[in-house]
Design a protein. Sequence first.
Length: 105
Amino acid sequence: MGVAITTNHHVREFLFQWDVPNDVLNSQFEHLDSFEATTGFFKYRGWWYHVSDFMVNPAIQFMDGWDGYTSDSFFSGVLIKLHKDGETYTVGTWISRGTSDEEEN
């Protein structure tokens, strides 16, 4: 199974709680405690995310160089790379290409 990763490699700064619309905070992020809800937000492809939405699994080989992932479906999702300053990140998408009969033989 192959995975296609798409990113523009832009380094972006995390947004603060006051940068996120209140209706989004109340519907998507009501589970965050006050410490988590201070920063770590970003909007990507029309959807809001928080860094806590991402899982880390070093056993997933396609994640080489990425720090975490979240799934949109069984075959796609969003990847995040956290930078050492703790205030910036790079984001991308992953899509499973599946296998063909030729690859299996």
